[in-house]
Write a protein that binds this ligand. Structure first.
Ligand code: NAD
Length: 400
């Protein structure tokens, strides 16, 4: 290096960020006596609510109750500051939807002191959170999740995003909400299929983080899946707190490292969602992804074969799919799953890192997965499916 090109100075500046998230578990959030929103948003603040169209259609009273609640509590611009946004993956697949939200923010003169309230499933929370994180470099947002999956998992996270160029969550930002309010009663209108789907995330986190919870799930999750409210509330809260705890204590909330512990069972799930063109929803794909990863873990002697089978059966008992024929699709005689593995690695960057259980409740990482191991795991899955009737379950699910 010549004298001229030597640095003339170098400084290391540490910037410490401390983020606080309030999480409230409640029922009937818009009942006049419910204080949850008031605890998070100061009275008189400017709010703009975006509501999942699926929730709005099945719960038409919600709009009235929300409007009344905002009026009674003197939040600014209540009536016109509400819009419905498309529920489900369509909001994440169409960039026009994000533009519409951005336009609303502009039309209503919202600024960094305003609050965007996203009420809906994981897809709506992801998309609204993304819009909130990019306009004015960040507007405060509050999540009110309305599906099991968003109440026990996605709503607790710090991630927001939309799908782009054919890839899931290709555009996005790490931007924690100011707070999350979980209203169990919002689940009353959720169709059975989505009600069950979120249960798979509870199994995922229990398998790698909490063996007591896993035991509880194997005994009780099927009751939750049949709409026993007490069991579902317990499942949601325990699962949500495990997610939160991980994000707060892992030392890597913004996932700079190669491992994503909360993604156990997810590498193949994302791929299955893509190649089945969302024939499987996220939670269903995760259930299958968990079954596959359990078999891989059993093959690697990280857990016993019996334990892998026990959990697979418990998932199946909840009415979740444990198999999809797309698992066996090949291109040029190579399992398509192998390209799913590659995309997963590309998305995260760094070396291949898959999280696996090492005994239930503990996790480890593997950095290599061959097509041979995958094929063995798939064969084993097929034999369990034959034994417990998972194929039947999948057919029933699709026919609804
Ligand atoms: N940000 C994260 O950390 C994270 C984590 C996991 C999953 N996700 C994302 O979450 C999304 C899946 O979310 P989901 O499983 O909540 O499903 P979803 O958001 O796709 O919603 C499913 C369906 O239920 C409808 N709906 C929502 N609430 C309802 C209610 N109470 N009553 C009636 N209908 C209702 C929606 O309109 C939609 O049609 C995926 O896009 C996934 O990528 C994000």
């Amino acid at each position: 290096m010549t004298e001229q090109h030597k640095p003339t100075g170098r400084y290391t500046q540490k910037i410490e960020l401390s983020l606080k998230q309030e999480i409230i578990f409640t029922r009937d959030i818009f009942a006049p006596e419910n204080q949850s929103i008031k605890e998070l948003i100061p009275t008189g603040a400017e709010v703009f609510a975006l509501i999942d169209s699926g929730l709005m259609e099945t719960n038409p009273e919600l709009l009235k109750h929300l409007t009344q609640y905002l009026q009674i509590n003197n939040y600014k611009g209540p009536v016109e500051n509400l819009i419905a946004v498309p529920g489900g993956e369509q909001i994440k697949n169409n960039p026009e939807e994000i533009k519409k939200i951005i336009k609303c923010i502009e039309n209503n003169g919202l600024n960094r002191h305003s609050y965007l309230i996203a009420i809906g499933g994981g897809a709506v929370l992801d998309a609204v959170g993304f819009a909130a994180s990019i306009v004015h470099r960040g507007i405060r947002h509050i999540r009110i999740p309305s599906t099991v999956l968003s109440q026990n998992d996605s709503g607790m996270g710090v991630k927001n995003g939309i799908n782009h160029l054919g890839h899931k969550n290709f555009l996005g930002a790490f931007c924690p909400p100011e707070g999350v309010i979980v209203d169990y009663h919002l689940l009353n209108t959720l169709p059975d299929r989505y009600y069950r789907a979120g249960i798979s995330e509870a199994f995922k986190v229990a398998i790698i983080k909490d063996s007591d919870f896993l035991v509880w799930l194997t005994e009780n999750a099927h009751k939750a899946s049949r709409r026993c409210q007490a069991e579902m509330e317990q499942l949601v809260q325990r699962c949500a707190l495990l997610h939160l705890n991980h994000i707060a204590s892992s030392g890597d909330p913004f996932e700079k490292e190669s491992a994503r512990p909360l993604d156990f069972g997810h590498w193949s799930a994302h791929h299955l969602e893509e190649i089945t063109h969302n024939d499987l929803n996220h939670g269903e794909a995760v259930a299958i992804g968990i079954c596959l990863d359990l078999q891989i873990a059993a093959y690697l002697k990280l857990i016993s074969e019996d334990d892998a089978e026990l959990v697979t059966e418990a998932l199946q008992k909840c009415g979740l799919p444990i198999w999809h024929d797309a698992l066996l699709l090949k291109k040029n005689s190579i399992l398509l799953l192998m390209s799913g593995l590659e995309s997963f690695q590309k998305h995260i960057g760094g070396s291949l890192t898959l999280v696996m259980p090492q005994g239930f409740g503990n996790e480890t990482e593997i950095h290599f997965l061959s097509e041979e191991i995958l094929a063995i795991a798939l064969k084993k899955m097929e034999s369990i499916v034959k034994k417990v009737g998972g194929e039947q379950c999948l057919l029933e699910m699709i026919s609804r």
